[in-house]
Design a protein around this ligand. Structure first.
Ligand code: PMP
Length: 401
């Protein structure tokens, strides 16, 4: 018998498992709205033109070798990533108070940041929104933090439970870590307004709560890289500490390249130096050093003003297509007279719509219409096209009537 014969079958991941079920479905009309990956109007994955260009430049540069990067990754990439999220004129960057390390996309950045905190920060409790991206509680728990939730979403209004959020953060212990989605909250698509962010900032600073921003959608929500970073910049502008995990999966379409960054904003440059030294101790035994290709693509684009500009245009086109899918789906439901208020589809922000469909309705839509989404009723707007929207609207209509 195998020494592994007693091993239990683990459940599929709640998000990636949707794709597993989708792949098994032979129907020609099937639609996968589970995983958050951008698709063109033709339903195809998209490699940005500017990414192709950067790759050409890299391939044709004979000076490029495949040596190991330092533990902290590509220095140019780190500097440019910090500028991208904190703003080119950020005082924290000018004062060398930011420690940035290249990590394995957003997930890896969260993982390294939370293990750093578990080892080096006095408070182990991290508050995360209810609901949140399904991987958050797993990443933070395995890093050694203790996960608690703060109220975030109000199913009644399909909007922000701002009162509950403030109440829960008010009663968090002094110094607790708070995970904040920088923009385009996943799965709800509901973000605080700028005024609400300011109130959250004041409350958190008055209680010494430590902000940990997850920025997986910068530029992807509104189409503007600066607008989508406002929440983070508000916190950095007050001179206090914060962490930020960045991902280039969505905004540069570099999903499988696994390229992201973790920045820790400190109050002085000597602290930032020590923080970086500790980050290296976290990274070295985990994966030694990060991969070179994706970070080189990003650095090539970010440091060339022409390519940067081209990127912003392609990025805005993706954001605009998603916004137009919201409008088309909303109109299709209106047209069908589908019962209920569907205005949240056009109010919500970013890649996902939190439809409000329950798990029975989700199961029904997969079985009868071959439309796949996560059990919480979240659909990826980026996976839709003008061609698939009527089919989805028919399915939602049938599910709720
Ligand atoms: N945070 C959130 C909120 C996300 O939605 C995602 C992607 N689904 C990530 C982090 C990380 O993704 P990746 O590791 O692919 O950058």
């Amino acid at each position: 018998a195998s020494v592994f014969s007693a091993i239990a079958q683990a459940p599929e991941d709640s998000i990636l498992g949707v794709t597993v079920a989708f792949n098994k479905d032979p129907s020609p009309v099937k639609v996968n709205l589970g995983v958050g990956a951008y698709r063109t109007e033709e339903g195809k994955p998209l490699v940005l033109n500017v990414v192709r260009k950067a790759e050409q430049l890299l391939v044709n540069d004979p000076s490029r070798v495949k040596e190991y990067l330092p533990i902290t990754g590509l220095a140019d990439f780190n500097n440019l990533s910090a500028r991208l999220i904190f703003g080119a004129g950020s005082l924290a960057i000018q004062e060398n108070r930011v420690a940035t390390v290249q990590c394995l996309s957003g997930t890896g950045s969260l993982r390294v940041g939370s293990e750093f905190l578990a080892r080096n920060y006095h408070e182990k409790v991290i508050y995360i929104p209810q609901p949140t991206w399904g991987n958050h509680p797993k990443v933070f728990t395995i890093s050694g933090l203790v996960v608690k939730y703060y109220r975030y979403y109000d199913p009644g209004t399909r909007g922000l439970n701002f009162h509950g959020l403030l109440e829960d953060l008010s009663s968090a212990p002094q110094g607790a870590i708070v995970l904040l989605h920088a923009c385009a909250h996943n799965p709800t698509g509901v973000d605080p307004t700028l005024e609400q962010w300011e109130q959250i900032r004041q409350l958190m600073r008055s209680k010494g709560l430590l902000p940990f921003f997850d920025s997986a959608y910068q530029g992807f929500a509104s189409g503007s890289l600066d607008a989508d970073a406002q929440s983070v910049r508000l916190f950095v502008a007050d001179g206090g500490e914060c962490l930020a995990a960045q991902s280039y999966a969505k905004n540069m379409g570099l999903y499988g390249e696994r390229v992201g960054a973790l920045s820790i904003v400190c109050k002085s440059s000597d602290v930032a130096v020590r923080v970086e030294s500790q980050l290296k101790l976290v990274i070295r035994p985990m994966y030694s050093n990060p991969p070179i290709h994706g970070a080189s693509i990003v650095a090539t684009i970010l440091k060339n003003s022409e390519m940067y500009h081209e990127w912003t245009i392609e990025l805005k086109a993706m954001a605009d297509r998603i916004i137009s899918m919201r409008k088309q789906l909303f109109d299709a439901l209106l047209q069908r007279g589908t019962p209920g208020d569907w205005s949240h589809i056009i109010k919500q922000i970013g890649m996902f719509t939190f439809t409000g469909l329950n798990s029975d309705q989700v199961t029904f839509m997969a079985k009868e219409f071959h439309i796949y989404m996560t059990a919480d009723g979240r659909i990826s707007m980026a996976g839709l096209s003008s061609r698939t929207i009527p089919h989805l609207a028919d399915a939602i209509h049938a599910a709720v009537t």
